[in-house]
Each structure stands twice: as structure tokens, then as C-alpha cells.
Write a protein that binds this ligand. Structure first.
Ligand code: F6P
Length: 356
């Protein structure tokens, strides 16, 4: 099929690097003689008929900007038949032949729905959480981790001056990767992530022993999903550490700070390559794919497969989830999930090993 016009949108939580993806989509499409309409405010823009033509000049300079200049939304109405009908009407009215949807898990659900309703769609990752199992990397992850690491460096200064323990909560939803990677990079004494049960006693013992040996500052990083999303387990942990070790402790919740800022080189690069590949896939008549990075290579992965492997990894498989796959494919999926879990466990042990 020869596409004449495609739409591009960003949806869900914003992520540094989304603008670089939009830029790559726009310029690759224009190079191939395809017009691009920017959908404003994610799927909400499709429902409200809020679209605008994007030229090469419209994306000048955006590569260096955090957030998303196309704006974003978490749009529940899009999940309803009425919302979908309005979105399809907008596509018909503007003759949008296909869509590139940039975001996370929720965005790709919307992308699949659109594909099923006759609008071919390709997904490009854009979420700080790195919580899409099918890909090693999601755009925004590196910038978020660098932001956290910079802040922990600041907290170390004051922790050292006062001989304190700083417990810091970071975003990640149900995925502990931001916390885990930054714990290693910032020399934390402990990390708590939803994937692995946290041993409070061991953490307290380690801090008490290290304090007795002369260590003055203690960084503990807690992923927001530990103990239940939004439960702020880190706040409770800071109190426990202070009570049981005598080391004065402070809790900081970094919240949305971690989602902003200039994208790093890593994110600009991944975003540019992924955005460009999304358009190339459409040109090859492909759809319902998400552009993934696996072992440093870009690989298109079927969105339904990405949902299935995600549920497998999170032990949330439902009846019928694997019906579409052969025994061999299922074995490969299990293997992939096992390797991912083992890697997370290895990194978790490394935090403890290096906490001296
Ligand atoms: O998915 C990205 C993310 O920033 C998560 O890390 C976080 O839990 C969530 O979005 C916060 O969502 P909101 O901005 O809607 O509060």
C-alpha cells in the first residue's frame, strides 16, 4: 500500500526523547513523499479532531527538548466504542492512512485497537520505566536514570556531612529497573524493587555494621512499586532504619522530576533510530508492531506477542494468551523471561556485594 498521509502521536506519561522520535518520523516520512499530521494530546487528539500538519521545520531543534511538543494524555475514552468511532472519523476526515504511536504499554494497546479497526499502526517506545518486556530498552530510561544519579550524588554530599541515611523513592511503576540501575551507579547500600522481596533485617544489619566501621553516608533507593504502587514504602523504611540503627534517616520522593529534562545522547539516538524504523515498517506494509531493541539491534516485534511475553514475565498469563504460539515459540519466550529475571537478580546481588 502506498501511504499518502500518516499521523504521529505521543500518549501516556511523557518521556525524554519523545520529541526526537517525532522528528525522525516526520523527516523519514517526508523523505518518502508521505505527509505527516501531528495528533495533539495523544489519542485524545484523535477523538477531538485535534491534528496539525507537520513540516520538517516544525521539528527543528526539538531533538534537544524533554517532554513532548505534541502533548500527551492518558485517555480512557479512547478505550470505549464511542471514543474509537470518533477517532476513526478523524482518520477518515483527514485521510490518515496509518499512525505511529509513541509511548508505553497503554499506548500500544491503543495502537492494536486502531490496527484492528483498519488503521495500520506501529509503536515506538517512550517511557522512562523500561517496563516493556519485549524490548531491552525504552526511550527515556537513560535520561531518567541520569537524573536520578545526579540527585543521589547531591544527597550523598549532605548524607556524608551529617552521617545520615537517605532513602530515595524513584518512579518505575511496577518495574524496579530505574531503582536497580541507579543504585549500582550511585553506590547505594541497598535497593528495594518490586521484582525481589526486600529483606529489611539484612538492610538494617548492613547499615549498622557499616556505620560501626566508620561509613557515614548511606544511600537506599526504593522503587515506587514496592509494597504496593503509591504506598511510599521508602518513608516507612527510613523510620525503621533510624530506629534500629541509630543512623538519622531522611526520606525523599523524587516523583515527576525524574520524567523531565533534556534527553541524553542514548535516548536521542534510540528515539531517532526507532522513529525512522517505524516509518520504514509502514512503507513495507507492516503494522501492529513495536520497534524493540534486542541485544543492541532494532527488531520489530508483534504487539500482541509483546503483551503475551510481558504477562509471562510478570506471572500474569491469562487463559488463551499463548494459544497463538507454537511449543517452540513458548519455550523461547520462557527462556527469554528466565534470562531477564536472572539478570535482574545478578544486578541486585551486585548492589549488596559492592555496599562496603
Ligand atoms: O509510566 C511512567 C510513569 O512516570 C511511572 O513511572 C509513574 O508511576 C507514572 O507514570 C505516573 O503517572 P502520572 O504522571 O499519570 O502520575
Amino acid at each position: 500500500m502506498k501511504f499518502r498521509k500518516i499521523g504521529v502521536l505521543t500518549s501516556g506519561g511523557d518521556a525524554p526523547g519523545m520529541n526526537a522520535s517525532i522528528r525522525a518520523v516526520v523527516r523519514t516520512a517526508l523523505d518518502n513523499g508521505i505527509e505527516v499530521l501531528g495528533v495533539v494530546g495523544g489519542y485524545r487528539g484523535l477523538i477531538d479532531d485535534n491534528v496539525r500538519k507537520l513540516t520538517s521545520r516544525d521539528v527543528s531543534g526539538v531533538i534537544a527538548l524533554g517532554g513532548t511538543f505534541l502533548l500527551t494524555d492518558r485517555c480512557d475514552e479512547f478505550k470505549t466504542p464511542e471514543g474509537m468511532a470518533k477517532a476513526l472519523e478523524t482518520c477518515r476526515k483527514h485521510e490518515i492512512d496509518a499512525i505511529v504511536a509513541i509511548g508505553g504499554d497503554g499506548t500500544f494497546r491503543g495502537a492494536t485497537d486502531l490496527t484492528n479497526h483498519g488503521i495500520p499502526t506501529i509503536g515506538v517506545t517512550g517511557t522512562i520505566d523500561n517496563d516493556i518486556t519485549a524490548t531491552d530498552y525504552t526511550v527515556g530510561f537513560d535520561t531518567a536514570m541520569n537524573t536520578v544519579t545526579g540527585i543521589i550524588d547531591c544527597l550523598r554530599d549532605t548524607g556524608e556531612s551529617h552521617a545520615r541515611c537517605m532513602v530515595t523513592e524513584v518512579m518505575g511503576r511496577h518495574c524496579g529497573e530505574i531503582a536497580l540501575y541507579t543504585a549500582i551507579a550511585s553506590g547505594a547500600v541497598a535497593v528495594a524493587i518490586p521484582e525481589i522481596e526486600f529483606d529489611v533485617d539484612a538492610c538494617v544489619k548492613r547499615i549498622a555494621e557499616l556505620r560501626a566501621a566508620g561509613k557515614r553516608n548511606f544511600q537506599v533507593i526504593v522503587s515506587e512499586g514496592v509494597g504496593g504502587y503509591h504506598s511510599h514504602f521508602g518513608e516507612e523504611l527510613a523510620k525503621i532504619i533510624e530506629e534500629r540503627t541509630g543512623v538519622e534517616s531522611r526520606f525523599n520522593c523524587l516523583g515527576h522530576i525524574v520524567r523531565g529534562g533534556q534527553p541524553t545522547l542514548r535516548d536521542r539516538l534510540a528515539a531517532s533510530c526507532m522513529g525512522s524504523m517505524a516509518v520504514e515498517l509502514l512503507l513495507q506494509d507492516k503494522s501492529n508492531l513495536v520497534v524493540c531493541e534486542l541485544n543492541s539491534e532494532l527488531v520489530p516485534v508483534d504487539i500482541n506477542y509483546s503483551f503475551a511475553i510481558d504477562r509471562m514475565y510478570k506471572n500474569k498469563l491469562k487463559d488463551g494468551d499463548l494459544d497463538a504460539y507454537t511449543e517452540e515459540q513458548i519455550a523461547e519466550m520462557r527462556d527469554f523471561c528466565a534470562r531477564k529475571s536472572a539478570h535482574i537478580k545478578e544486578l541486585y546481588s551486585l548492589v549488596e556485594e559492592l555496599a562496603k
